[in-house]
Ligand binder design. Structure first.
Ligand SMILES: [Zn+2]
Length: 143
């Protein structure tokens, strides 16, 4: 493939994704769960699970290519809120694997006062300005 073709392919992809939602955590979760189930069904043949795998992947791509960005965004927020506990549990495990002995995550979790976005801020930095990554709202907090 020449450089030129690569560029046009990328350009075409960008054009196609214009105004479409794209990948988010919910779609990523659906695809990864589908992949894991697909691997399991290679060993354990359960026809229903194979259907479930396809439904999850198709639904994930319907969301990714959706033009109803606000709806998809709200859906993803609901998903994030619903799985907050589980995700934090795994984030803590990842943190412990990475940094070893510390049992507690040295972070504060603040909620953005404007949009409700959860923001992770390292502890022990004194008074700091926090900027919400989603809505860019700024507020002061002691960390
Ligand atoms: Zn915000």
């Amino acid at each position: 493939m020449t450089m030129n073709q690569k560029m046009t392919l990328k350009q075409r992809m960008l054009n196609f994704m214009q105004g479409r939602y794209g990948v988010d955590q919910l779609s990523g979760f659906l695809i990864w769960t589908a992949v894991i189930i697909a691997v399991i069904t290679m060993f354990v043949r359960v026809p229903v699970l194979q259907i479930v795998t396809w439904v999850m992947i198709i639904y994930a791509y319907v969301r990714i290519f959706s033009k109803q960005i606000n709806k998809r965004y709200a859906q993803n927020q609901k998903f994030l809120d619903a799985t907050w506990g589980i995700r934090k549990f795994f984030a803590d495990i990842r943190y412990r694997i990475k940094y070893g002995k510390q049992t507690a995550e040295p972070y504060h979790i603040y909620k953005c006062r404007k949009c409700g976005q959860k923001i992770r801020v390292p502890k022990g930095k004194g008074k700091i300005m926090i900027t919400c990554p989603k809505c860019k709202y700024q507020f002061k907090k002691k960390s």
